[in-house]
Design a protein. Structure first.
Ligand code: GDP
Length: 335
């Protein structure tokens, strides 16, 4: 009982510390939600519950694009512009490779050197964990934490090469794809799936000798997007050119993000979208927990391996094996 009272006091203290802008408390809380230990998860969950009323106040922006497109240069500069205007900016860098390689290609603070020493900015790598669900869970919860800490702009960065982009697009309000002028067919440089997520395409490196090529690339994106967007309501992506290096076009990019955010807000679409995102989030966590609970049992784990082997060996179809597992888990078919 005493332990419980202490845990409650600790939680209350953490909430206060986060609210008052204590960065160490915020960083610790994020580490807590990233932890896979059951006791940490219980504490994290309690903390999030308490912070929930303080969340939701930020513009959530996803920033994606292939490696080398200039995402970190752009975030560094945009972040500086925004903090200079009085915004509090949090940057979460989702690194889909971090769990496998042990190293990190994102999230290195030196990539956003100037912004990382800015007192109104908070930069944090968001490890992907073992699954795509891992990206979603920790990054979403981290967004909630930084919002509770008073950050009013949240930039979620992801490398546009994996599956995490869709997950990130589903947790932000506006999704920006950073592209660069290249040789040949511009649309080849970026996967169609990524383009389809974009609200804004920012053709970067429009400077020096590149200006002409950047303008041409922007034209090609406009044409390509026009075809992609044909027949789709509520999707009207915008293409801009800019130079993150020279800080040119970034105010226009921010104005476009704000415009879209405001439009979503005033039409009520923002609330609806966030509500749907929250429901999808719940569903995902539930599915993961179900699977984890089932696989956690010794017998079930053995069945799983058996079915996997049968499917691998072509002795059973994936559908039949999945049915068999569902049956073993006590899930009945619909009548
Ligand atoms: P990221 O991998 O997408 O994060 O790309 P980086 O921000 O690390 O940039 C990749 C390279 O492009 C670096 O050498 C940057 O200096 C350079 N770069 C980024 N933005 C610009 C820009 O606006 N103009 C030019 N000329 N180079 C840029």
């Amino acid at each position: 009982m005493q332990g419980e009272a202490k845990a409650k006091r600790d939680s209350e203290r953490t909430v206060e510390a986060i609210r008052s802008g204590d960065r160490v408390a915020l960083a610790r809380a994020i580490t807590l939600i990233e932890s896979a230990k059951p006791e940490d998860q219980a504490r994290a969950s309690d903390l999030l519950e308490r912070l929930l009323p303080l969340t939701g106040g930020a513009v959530r922006v996803g920033i994606s694009g292939p490696p080398g497109a200039g995402k970190s240069t752009l975030i560094d500069q945009l972040g500086l512009n925004l903090t200079a205007q009085g915004h509090k900016v949090a940057v979460l860098a989702v690194d889909p490779t971090s769990s496998r390689s042990g190293g990190s290609i994102l999230g290195d603070k030196t990539r956003m050197g100037r912004l990382s020493s800015e007192p109104s900015a908070f930069i944090r790598p968001s490890p992907a964990g073992d699954s795509l669900g891992g990206v979603t869970k920790t990054t979403r919860e981290t967004i909630a934490l930084v919002e509770a800490a008073g950050y009013d702009v949240v930039l979620v960065e992801t490398v546009g090469v994996g599956q995490s982009e869709t997950a990130v697009a589903n947790m932000v309000d506006v999704f920006v794809v950073v592209a660069i002028p290249g040789a040949g067919d511009e649309l080849q440089g970026i996967k169609r799936g990524l383009l389809e997520l974009a609200d804004v395409i920012a053709v970067n490196k429009a400077d020096g000798d590149n200006v002409e090529r950047a303008n041409r690339a922007a034209m090609e994106y406009r044409t390509g997007l026009h075809i992609l967007a044909a027949g789709q309501k509520n999707w009207d992506p915008q293409v801009l050119t800019l130079s993150a290096r020279d800080n040119r076009g970034l105010d226009e990019l921010w104005a476009e993000i704000r415009k879209r955010f405001k439009a979503l807000k005033s039409s009520g679409a923002l609330d609806a979208r966030r509500a749907e995102q929250a429901v999808a989030w719940m569903r995902e966590i539930f599915e993961q927990r179900l699977l984890a609970a089932f696989k956690g049992g010794k017998r079930a784990a053995r069945h799983f391996r058996e079915m996997e082997e049968k499917v691998r060996a072509g002795k059973m179809t994936p559908g039949a094996a999945a049915h068999e597992l569902a049956h073993l888990a006590g899930i009945k078919d619909h009548e």
